[in-house]
Write a protein that binds this ligand. Sequence first.
Ligand code: ATP
Length: 286
Amino acid sequence: MSIRVENLVHIYSKGTPFEKTALDNVSFEIPDGDFVGIIGHTGSGKSTLIQHLNGLVKADSGKIYIDGEDITQKSVNLTKIRGKVGIVFQYPEYQLFEETVYKDIAFGPNNLGFSADETDKIIHEVIKLVGLKESVLNSSPFELSGGQKRRVALAGVIAMNPEILILDEPTAGLDPKGRDEILGQIKRLHDEKGITVVWISHSMEDVAKIAKNVMVMADGKLIMHASVDDVFKNAELLEKNGLSVPQINKVVRKLKEKGIDLGENIYTVEKAKNAVLNYIKGERNA
Ligand SMILES: Nc1ncnc2c1ncn2[C@@H]1O[C@H](COP(=O)(O)OP(=O)(O)OP(=O)(O)O)[C@@H](O)[C@H]1O
């Protein structure tokens, strides 16, 4: 499913001394099946933006089209839209409230009117997708570790069978292993089911590794929207806006200054490793 946003404006506390323009005329298009990372300094408007994408907040002006349907219209069926556009918020584990994991995951599909049999089938599918064992289904969500709770929350959103998955820092507060696993599962979901993913991240490394395209927010404006390579080429602009390129790229640039040229557009450790191996091979054959 595609997303198109036209001239979106969001102002908090309008008409008061605390007025704040969180989104300042933001326009973009995300094609069906894309995997977009949203980066931006703290307070740049990222969370506000994603809340608009399934109608959780009201725009001061502008239009939002989900698969061509304008969801800012009063007549729109928001329950239907929210079934198609799933959002996983920051620290989603705080939203778990049922007495068992099974019931928690069932909550969304039940609300959307899925039959008990359908819901049961989906629960057994999604629990595997997020890398949990069936045995946790009868546990209380509160008995689980932080990483497991995060997976349950993700499973609850995936169980609604969304066509667009929006994630606000899904790996915040997890250890490196938990982070890699959750990101791997999201990537697999995207690859296997073709789900469009929009993902807020503070990790430039993760964005370079997983996203196809990147949106850069600064002070409520969308200042760049391009491929990973095209965005990270602009190190100076990113740094000016409180961001950075992945650390590995800094190492690659430093090496270039010292006369060791590994090549352009190296933003992941994997790419750097291959470039180093090629470089060594080249030196040997010279
Ligand atoms: N409920 C609110 N009332 C008033 N101002 C708000 C509210 N929520 C956010 N803001 C302000 O709007 C701006 C954008 O906030 P938002 O949370 O969208 O940014 P963000 O990029 O997601 O930040 P972070 O990376 O810290 O989560 C900030 O200046 C913030 O202080």
